[in-house]
Design a protein around this ligand. Structure first.
Ligand code: ARG
Length: 462
């Protein structure tokens, strides 16, 4: 392109083509265009409101900006690398469309406060969408949990069988994590929703602008109080990436469990054909690609968080071009989180099925009721540590004899300790073991039913 860049009057020669390419952000910041247009509309209206430009001028600007929006939506606005970034691209097109008045749009504004405004408008929108997705996933977890209150699943610590659980309790643990993710994003939203518009390049402006006016047109909750801070701050983005990383941690842990559960060794779930793939060589394979990809994509979000922290740590005030690097980190994280939430929600809703018979036999054939034997004795007055040691010995003997606790006869129990009665068999049956853990927040069925009802309410009332 022979066209001059915005700042070319100050320069004697043109930018080296490779450097122009290197410098340009239009290849990715076009993602911000709708927010750039919205921000510019508000800025134009503010300029008229304060008498800096006339009302008819503002009207021309707004009409031109809206025309660019419709061109963009129809796929007709495709600025090239010569535009440098989305802000210049819009301004240039605006001037083509409305003539010289287009050149007034940038009065009392810098690309520094402009890009800050755009990024916040973008992120605000994305946070709302992600929160909706989190709610959808919670809804699916809840439905799944509701149908599995009395389905038992082995509970693990150290990936060793520990105590059996209600499957609903296990699923509700994820519901709670997602709930905190939803809350966290809500809190962060407050700090994303602050307007830097009017901070100028770094020091404010000589024009009598009204920052509160443009902020209110854009529905910002507040304005930056310090112009330097307004154009340099990216901690709102880092906070978002932190929240995004935690969402990914939660999705990744759930993914890991589903992958384990779907293995032949566990066999707790089967993946349906709509959410799994085959192998190119091993005909018997059915692979858990969805949770594997979610687990794998987690790394890139963590990477973006790290990149952003490093990006910021050595920057002197105020704007530095380094900050252009914030965008791809944000865009890719947003895309990754949204994609993973969507895929995981589909997987949970229609892509997997738990296998109750396999789960039932799993919990019936281990020593995860050993604590209950110790509790049984303790409730009959035997000091817990003494009971614990006694049961440890019993487990060892059983293992040697290839028996489970339920296989011992009443006589054998009595030999171990005279306090044992017939009712020991009920006490160690998996259903009883689970239902007896009725302490607040425990896996007892009564607790789980209460938690389910509360979760239902917490999804609507908060
Ligand atoms: N493309 C730039 C960015 O993304 C816009 C701001 C440029 N400001 C400047 N002073 N060069 O950060």
């Amino acid at each position: 392109m022979t066209e001059q860049t915005t700042w070319s009057q100050r320069f004697e020669s043109a930018l080296h083509p490779a450097i122009a390419q290197f410098n340009a952000s239009i290849g990715f910041d076009i993602e911000l265009i709708e927010y750039d247009l919205t921000g510019s509309v508000a800025h134009a209206k503010m300029l008229a409101h304060t008498g800096i430009i006339s009302a008819p001028e503002a009207e021309q600007l707004v009409n031109g900006l809206e025309q660019i929006r419709s061109e963009y939506r129809q796929g007709k606005f495709n600025p090239g690398i010569d535009a440098e970034d989305v802000h210049f691209a819009v301004e240039r097109r605006l001037t083509e469309l409305v003539g010289d008045v287009g050149k007034k749009l940038h009065t009392a504004r810098s690309r520094n406060d402009q890009v800050g405004t755009d990024t916040r408008l973008y992120l605000r929108d994305q946070i709302r969408q992600i929160r909706t997705q989190l709610r959808q996933m919670q809804g699916v977890l809840l439905t799944l949990a509701e149908s599995h209150v009395e389905t038992l699943i082995p509970g693990y610590t150290h990936l060793q069988r520990a105590q059996p659980l209600s499957l609903a309790h296990h699923l509700l643990a994820y519901w709670e994590m997602v709930q905190r993710d939803w809350q966290r994003l809500g809190e962060i939203y407050q700090r994303v929703n602050i307007s830097p518009l009017g901070c100028g390049a770094l020091a404010g402006t000589t024009f009598p602008i009204d920052r509160h006016y443009s902020a209110s047109l854009l529905d910002f909750g507040d304005v930056y109080r310090n112009s330097l801070d307004g154009v340099s701050d990216r901690d709102f983005a880092i906070e978002f990436l932190t929240a995004a990383s935690l969402i990914m941690v939660h999705l990744s842990r759930l993914s890991e469990e589903i992958i384990l559960w779907a293995s032949q060794e566990f066999g707790f779930v089967t993946l349906k054909d709509n959410c799994s793939t085959g192998s190119s060589i091993m005909p018997q394979k059915k692979n858990p690609d969805v949770p594997e990809l979610v687990r794998g994509k987690t790394g890139r979000v963590f990477g973006h968080l790290q990149a952003m922290l490093v990006l910021m740590k050595g920057l002197p005030l105020a704007y530095n071009k380094d900050l252009q690097e914030d965008k791809e980190a944000l865009f890719d994280s947003v895309k990754t989180v949204k994609g993973c939430l969507e895929a995981m929600t589909i997987l949970l809703r229609e892509g997997l099925e738990f296998c109750p018979p396999r789960l039932a036999s799993a919990v019936a054939e281990d020593f995860s009721n050993a604590t209950d034997v110790a509790d049984y004795l303790a409730s009959k007055g035997v000091p817990f540590r003494e009971a614990y040691n006694l049961v440890g010995k019993v487990v060892r003997t059983c293992l040697g004899a290839g028996k489970l606790l339920k296989d011992l006869t009443v006589l054998e129990w009595k030999e171990i300790h005279p306090a044992f009665e017939e009712d020991i068999y009920d006490a160690i049956a998996p259903n009883q073991v689970v239902s007896a853990r009725n302490s607040y927040g425990g896996t007892g069925f009564e607790q789980v039913r209460r938690a389910l009802a509360e979760a239902q309410e917490r999804m609507v009332s908060l």
